[in-house]
Design a protein around this ligand. Structure first.
Ligand SMILES: CC(C)(COP(=O)(O)OP(=O)(O)OC[C@H]1O[C@@H](n2cnc3c(N)ncnc32)[C@H](O)[C@@H]1OP(=O)(O)O)[C@@H](O)C(=O)NCCC(=O)NCCS
Length: 149
């Protein structure tokens, strides 16, 4: 198993994985979006043999880092793949000097909320009818400051 930065040649597999993970009403990322994020965002993948089985995408602006999306192929869940991917992403964000990572998550996405809580994210507030179908979101935040000893 390898965790590495996504490459342009991964776009086809990323797009297939995205379609498995997110239905149309959840606005799956297009191939064009993946191409854009490979150049402009922080996008890591987990590769097993020749297959991309997971990815994590963090949007980075001047001072802000936002976890936009994370997904693991159904048959590979429960093996700490998402946890490891997020740790890799956080390690990079620290090197780049970011001190917090934020995200929004559907309040009904219990697996994702459990993952984020395990990593140490804390809920900041509940955003009413944040999603198109009326579902609320939790705004969550993680302090990723490097503690100098
Ligand atoms: C959420 C998701 C990324 C988790 O991936 P995963 O690789 O199975 O997660 P991990 O094995 O790394 O789990 C890490 C921790 O998250 C929590 N967790 C993950 N899946 C869980 C589940 N089904 N039930 C309860 N807790 C869960 C646990 O605390 C787990 O730690 P533990 O194994 O020590 O108990 C995966 O379920 C997924 O791809 N879901 C669909 C896409 C999605 O909704 N993404 C998030 C919104 S963008």
């Amino acid at each position: 198993m390898t965790i590495r930065r996504a490459l342009g040649s991964d776009v086809g597999q990323l797009s297939l994985l995205e379609k498995k993970l997110f239905s149309e009403e959840n606005f799956p990322l297009s191939k064009g979006s993946f191409r854009y994020h490979i150049k402009n965002s922080s996008l890591f993948v987990t590769q097993i043999d020749y297959d991309i089985v997971a990815y994590v995408l963090v949007l980075i602006k001047r001072k802000d880092a936002k976890l936009y999306s994370i997904g693991v192929d159904g048959s590979f869940r429960g093996q700490k793949i998402a946890n490891q991917l997020l740790q890799k992403s956080i390690e990079e964000l620290r090197k780049l000097g970011f001190v917090t990572l934020v995200l929004e998550v559907r309040v009904d996405n219990l697996e994702a909320i459990a993952l984020y809580q395990k990593i140490g994210f804390e809920t900041q507030k509940r955003l009413k009818a944040f999603y198109g179908d009326g579902c609320d979101a939790y705004l969550m935040k993680l302090d990723i400051k490097w503690e100098e000893i």
